[in-house]
Design a protein around this ligand. Structure first.
Ligand code: AHM
Ligand code: MG
Length: 335
């Protein structure tokens, strides 16, 4: 079939045999995520009406409590995944502890765990800037038939079987990988269907955009300061362009399409960086590598870090391969 008018549903069916373990469960899981994303998209698109319909915490005309959008998104994703007998556990930025899903027959027979940030960058909603959902999927390591344990969640990123993000932007897109490249699908909201709009997405090897919160410059490690000076130097193809939205999904999405590097380094305020390893850095790292890019903590591959806790943070350098390697060079020199 011509890829041009392919829907996400058709793409999933056509590529099912290429998925790891290909029992159809992973396809159903992606299907659940695309469904929840549509529901969340509908709500996010109404965010600007909040002053009319009531702010978070208010009671609306139907007598219902208005919810914060990140809480709403969290509930929708959890509900959708729980109802579908695929996932045995969920960890979310919104929940301190992981959630155990026993399944309808209380038999803990489901195989996958999902780790997610249901609405990343939610402080951007008030100013009508794009936000996103980020997700990461692993096969459980504990035996089927028993409740999940922390061990199932604390797996290194190199064991992910799928990862992706949804960007609620001028268009809503779902971008994901199951380890066979990265594909992007755009939602036609009129009919609720996602179409393959960005097949086989790739980070260019070199890029000319750098994205970092430069306001924190004084608190950055010397290697990052030196790399920033390099980006700004008037030499060869430099200075590079500085672009920072402050919404991880949007910054990575733009850089994947245009070529660039995203950095959230350690700083005196955030000694381990700000971003969360399990549901922000790892899924973005999997996507970046599948798109021919690179993701590092400044010294080593993000996906090789063995996590110790659910909400662990890591410094994050992600994007076009040569740019990340150059930043690593500066980090190493200043060590
Ligand atoms: P959040 O999970 O609390 O929304 O924070 C994560 C966000 C990312 O989307 C973004 O890249 C980063 O925080 C921006 O942080 P800062 O404002 O410090 O630059
Ligand atoms: Mg977040």
């Amino acid at each position: 079939m011509s890829k041009k008018h392919q829907t996400l549903g058709e793409f999933i069916i056509e590529n099912q045999q290429a998925f790891p373990y290909s029992s159809g469960e992973l396809s159903r899981l992606i299907n659940s995520i695309r469904l929840a994303a549509k529901v969340v998209n509908h709500e996010v698109n109404k965010a600007g009406l909040v002053d009319i319909t009531g702010a978070a915490g208010d009671t609306n005309v139907q007598g219902e409590q208005q919810q914060k959008l990140d809480v709403y998104a969290n509930q929708k994703f959890i509900q959708t995944l729980t109802n579908r007998e695929i996932v045995c556990g969920i960890a979310s930025e919104e929940n301190d502890e992981y959630i155990t899903i026993q399944g309808h027959n209380n038999d803990h027979k489901n195989k996958y765990v999902v780790l997610m940030d249901p609405l990343d960058g939610s402080s951007n909603i008030d100013v009508n800037v794009s936000v996103g959902t980020i997700f990461s999927v692993y096969r459980r390591v504990t035996p089927v038939g028993t409740p999940v344990t922390m061990e199932d969640f604390l797996q290194p990123g190199n064991l992910q079987v799928a990862a992706g993000y949804i960007i609620y932007g001028t268009s809503t897109m779902l971008v994901y990988t199951t380890g066979h490249g990265v594909n992007g699908f755009t939602l036609n909201p009129a009919i609720g269907t996602y179409y393959l709009s960005h097949p086989n997405m790739k980070f260019s090897e070199d890029g000319n955009i750098y994205s970092i919160n430069e306001g924190n410059y004084a608190q950055f490690p010397q290697g990052v300061k030196d790399y920033l000076k390099y980006c700004q130097a008037d030499e060869g193809d430099r200075p590079y362009t500085s672009r920072y939205i402050g919404s991880l999904v949007s910054d990575i999405h733009r850089n994947m399409i245009k070529g660039g590097i995203y950095i959230y380094p350690s700083s005196s305020k955030y000694p381990d960086g700000k971003l969360r390893l399990l549901y922000e850095c790892n899924p973005m790292a999997f996507l970046a590598e599948q798109a021919g890019g690179k993701a590092s903590d400044g010294f080593k591959r993000i996906m090789d870090i063995k996590p110790n806790e659910l909400h662990e943070r890591a410094p994050f350098f992600c994007g076009s391969k040569n740019m990340v390697e150059k930043a690593e060079e500066f980090m190493q020199k200043a060590k």
